[in-house]
Design a protein around this ligand. Structure first.
Ligand code: ADP
Ligand code: MG
Length: 737
């Protein structure tokens, strides 16, 4: 910002380059709007808008001492000021260090200043003989020292007493305006102490001396004195930073604790069952397998929650294929037997449909005996079918309702909703989850009833993340896979070997196996996506048709179901369903697909997964995709095709995929590689992300904050409230969505 050419060339100190701010052509409201857009509305918002970096205008450097490549401030006399034309029109100025600054025994150093866009005012301020102070990035070249578009001040202007903050800004919002607004916000904000002295003492042990109050810390960050270590500021290692991190984490912990407390005070449906034989026991009897120890354990944890009288708010995490669906069905049994309805919501139609089929298979006999049914609701449903389903839901005849987010539309009225299960919860948006929460809370006979909520995810959450963002949730973990699975072997292969791969697919298909071939999502270009998938589809059709399909296979094949299927987001839902069914039935042997199959799909006979352009996928996405195979007893493989050259992060991701099948390990690596965004899914709405503290770095502060939050909320709820309001404003709701 500062180094941009200025219309009024300024012989005044830069702090007064309020050129744009005070100029009549820039109405104040435009800048105000820009501030609003940056989310800087209240004094506190402004006070917390800490600089992204600093410039040192506190000293004038002599050229001979000046580090080339860095931003420096120098002074001298103009000895030349001419408009040149090579290689393009520019103002060329020679600045010579004068008696006060030159090296006594050496020649006087000269720095060439270049302005590619300039105004008469520049020429006036830089007329030969003027003494000026300039600041810019110093370059050293064949022709000596140079600066391009430095800022200019009079040489005798007072030096800054603190480092000059540079703020994040946007077009139309000059630094000078931001500086003024921030300074004013800092003045006006209520920065009074909210931490109890015991909490401050504990912070002291973490390296925060008592003098670093919130005000002192913010003042230092906005106006650091010249002797402060720039490095410590940049590394966020300065105590002033520690103070902000501690306050921020405390606010996060407080709001989560508060959400938890609010929930605990709500009434939940009573699921106590008088019957001798629980439905869940009946279901277990009927299953073709027995639960793993981990499944039994989490089922018990969930049952415990549901037998209390405050609503369950539990996250069930378990790696892909660990068997979460059956746990959900068991939970549903408890609710249904007590006479309540259960809603099971999935992020895609394919997955919802698959859940529906599975639930029918597991629960239909049981429900029929009690005169109940399973309903299903999606956006693509035919009107008549939908009306019938809605009727069954409203009358309570449907004890279980499976569907997509169509479940939370206004037209859906439950008779007695007692349990909500959200599969792949991280795939739902904040707005959807908030709306769900509001919709679910109903008033019955004057009492606010909130259903039990079970969220499921295959993206395990690292401990520190669970402690911070998910502190308002109880977490159950399925940490073992059902027996008899052979681990998936993963290979990372350059795309040049594609042909060999197609050969391998033929072999697999001949052995009766099924194959997924996944094409990447190319951002913002569904058309391109589709072309990719269509091409791969064609290629595989050709490869498999020639010679491979013996009579055996042809006999199997129903005429209208292809051996190689193509699935993508643009297909009409009915067709999607047909393609998927072909694959589930085992008639379609190779399913070429865009990432629509990413979540949840379960076809145990599929044993090979090929992912094209694997370098374009995120780690958790790759892991989810890979989880589509290895679900049966057959040895399974995943081939990650990549297009060289690989970037560093992509390489690290693919290597991690090759080295481990453990979702927890992968999610730890992912957190390292890309920060918490990926895990938070919907919570990554900027509002909720930490701005100052960093997970993995500030874990000791996180532990401090967790302990303090409990303390503060119990002993000084007023201070806790003040702290939350100060830090979160109206964002609390989002944080706990
Ligand atoms: P995910 O946790 O990824 O949602 P699913 O619930 O889809 O996993 O289960 C994966 C597969 O494992 C399904 O075919 C399911 O029927 C099967 N399964 C679940 N639990 C067991 C178990 N205890 N023993 C054997 N197979 C199981
Ligand atoms: Mg699943």
């Amino acid at each position: 910002m500062d180094s941009a050419p200025k219309k009024t060339a300024t012989s005044k100190p830069a702090s007064k380059t309020a050129a744009a701010a005070s100029s009549p052509v820039k109405p104040k409201s435009a800048a105000q709007q820009a501030l609003d857009k940056l989310g800087l509305r209240t004094p506190m918002d402004l006070a917390l808008h800490v600089p992204m970096r600093y410039e040192d205008e506190t000293t004038v450097t002599r050229l001979q001492d000046a580090p080339v490549g860095e931003s420096v401030q120098i002074e001298g006399v103009v000895t030349r000021c001419e408009v040149g034309f090579k290689p393009r029109r520019q103002l060329v100025v020679h600045l010579q260090e004068d008696d006060e600054t030159h090296e006594a025994n050496g020649t006087r150093a000269i720095c060439t200043l270049r302005f590619f866009s300039f105004y008469p005012s520049h020429q006036k301020a830089l007329a030969v003989g003027q003494r000026v102070r300039v600041r810019g990035d110093l370059k050293g070249g064949f022709f000596g020292y140079e600066m391009v578009h430095p800022t200019i001040k009079q040489a005798d202007a007072a030096l800054a007493v603190s480092l000059t903050p540079v703020y994040h800004s946007t077009a139309g919002l000059p630094q000078a305006y931001v500086r003024k607004a921030v300074a004013s916000g800092l003045q006006r904000a209520d920065l009074s102490e909210t931490l109890p002295s015991s909490g401050l003492q504990a912070l002291h042990h973490l390296g925060l001396p008592a003098q670093w109050t919130l005000r002192a810390s913010l003042e230092l960050l906005h106006h650091p004195p010249p002797d402060v270590s720039l490095q410590a500021l940049e590394d966020k290692a300065h105590p002033a930073w520690l103070r902000l991190k501690a306050e921020e984490l405390l606010a996060q912990q407080l709001s989560q604790l508060q959400a938890r407390a609010e929930r605990a005070s709500m009434q939940a449906p009573d699921f106590s069952i008088a019957a001798q034989v629980p439905w869940s026991a009946e279901l277990l009897q009927a299953l073709p397998f027995s639960l793993t120890a981990a499944q039994s354990r989490v089922t018990q944890e969930i049952g415990q929650d549901m037998s209390g009288n405050s609503p369950m708010h539990r996250l069930l995490q378990g790696d892909v294929g660990s068997g979460k669906t059956v746990v959900a069905a068991l939970a549903a049994c408890v609710a249904m037997q007590a006479g309540w309805q259960c809603a099971l919501m999935a992020p895609t139609e394919i997955l919802a449909q698959q859940h529906f089929v599975k639930m029918l298979q597991w629960l239909k006999p049981l429900l029929e005996r009690h005169g109940k049914t399973v309903a299903w609701l999606t956006g693509s449903q035919k009107k008549k079918e939908r009306a019938a389903m809605l009727e069954a839901v409203a009358s309570g005849q449907a004890a279980l309702v499976v569907g997509t987010h169509a479940l939370i539309q206004d037209s859906v009225v439950f008779s007695q909703l007692g349990l909500v299960v959200i599969d792949e919860q991280h795939r739902f948006g904040v707005a959807q989850r908030l709306s769900l929460r509001h919709k679910l809370t109903q008033t019955k006979a004057g009492v606010q009833l909130s259903p039990h909520l079970l969220m499921m995810t295959a993206t395990p959450i690292p401990r520190t993340l669970a402690m911070s963002y998910y502190a308002d949730l109880d977490v159950s973990t399925i940490d073992e896979l059902p027996p008899g699975r052979t681990p998936i072997v993963t290979r990372v292969v350059p795309s040049a070997k594609r042909e060999e791969l197609v050969e391998r697919i033929r072999e697999q298909v001949e052995q009766g196996r099924q194959v997924y071939w996944v094409c990447p999502l190319i951002e913002e270009s569904e058309a391109l996506d589709l072309r990719h998938a269509t091409q791969a589809h064609q290629e595989l059709c050709e490869a498999l048709d020639t010679g491979l399909i013996g009579t055996e296979l042809n006999e199997l094949e129903k005429p209208h179901i292809p051996l190689v299927g193509l699935m993508h987001g643009k297909l009409p839902p009915v067709q999607k369903q047909a393609v998927m069914q072909g694959f589930v039935d085992g008639v379609t042997r190779v399913l070429v697909s865009t990432t629509v199959i990413e979540v949840g799909v379960d076809v145990p006979n599929a044993s090979l997964m090929v992912i094209e352009h694997a370098e374009r996928f995120g780690l958790s996405q790759l892991h989810q995709l890979r989880g589509r195979v290895g679900r049966g007893a057959a040895a399974s493989a995943c081939v990650l095709l990549y297009e060289p050259p690989l970037g560093q992060v992509a390489r690290a991701r693919l290597r991690a995929m090759q080295q481990t099948n453990d979702g927890f390990e992968l999610s730890r690596i992912d957190l390292e590689l890309r920060g918490p965004g990926e895990f938070l899914g919907a919570r990554q709405s900027g509002a909720a992300l930490l701005r100052f503290a960093e997970l993995g770095v500030d874990d000791d502060v996180l532990v401090w904050a967790a302990a303090q939050a409990t303390d503060l909320l119990a002993n000084n709820p007023a201070a806790a409230q003040r702290h939350m309001t100060r830090w979160m404003g109206g964002k609390v709701d989002y944080l706990t969505a």
